[in-house]
Design a protein around this ligand. Sequence first.
Ligand SMILES: [Zn+2]
Length: 314
Amino acid sequence: MNTEFIEALEQENLNAIRRLPKSDLHNHFVLGGSRNYLKEYTGRDIQPIKKPLQSMDEMHAWNSKNIGDYFNSPEGRRILIRATFEQAKEDGVSILEIGEDVWGLGEFFHGNIEELVEVFETTHKDIAPEIELRLQIGMSRHCDIAYLEDCLSHFLGCKAFYSIDLYGDELAQPIENFKSIYRRAKAEGLKLKAHVGEWGTADDVRRAVEYLELDEVQHGIAAVDNPSVVRFLADNHIRLNITPSSNYLLGRVKDLKAHPIAELYRSGVDVTINSDDVLIFDSDVSKEYLRLYQSGCLNAQELEDIRMNGLKKI
Ligand SMILES: [Zn+2]
């Protein structure tokens, strides 16, 4: 147990928290960048939301006001990738799992998978080579399966990738539809992840883990509503990559003190603490640890245990 981290939390010293290694395993790089870097580089002053959103329309409105089409170009995409490494470095993140959505390959990298990988790897090397980069393949849940399979065929077989994730509207189509994609990804040796149990139910979490043979779940917090699902996750060592401020600001939890991460952790579930979308939620990983401590959700020892857990590979 590292007493330095415990002391940093007890002293509520954000800079000291930033100095110690942490993982960020749930980060959508498009909104994961450094506010300061983007302001300096583009002149855009992107402000996070301060209070819980009442609807997804407000989220879309925030997006079009702050991001819009401004970064919707090969150069824009590269700025966002750079901003994300700058952010991780400022935050003291030592393991960063990020990647491109499959549709982005044609849009921003001329359909050339080597170019895509090289942009991430050279940016990594230039800005923060000390960080362990885990490159992820991302898919949106609303996309047609045949379209996703077609896009994916360019990614699969490329050894640079570590994991695959599914996000977007959790209710867009049944998880069963993705089974064949996840079978292929598993055969490639990728870690299998998906966003479930943010808007959906505990049963949705269990079904997704069983159908897709997930190793990790992004969110998964709804599991807390069903003790048998919590036990299932703990017994099968399924990791939940949790994003507390995002859950609060999207109205998934009433406040941070009541965040289910405490009950999940105390029930033996493998949990980690992550940023999700720094630019909108002001949720860099160090702040997430501090907020969970200050709210009384988890104590300093528990947070240290979770930090160390996130540094372990599963
Ligand atoms: Zn997410």
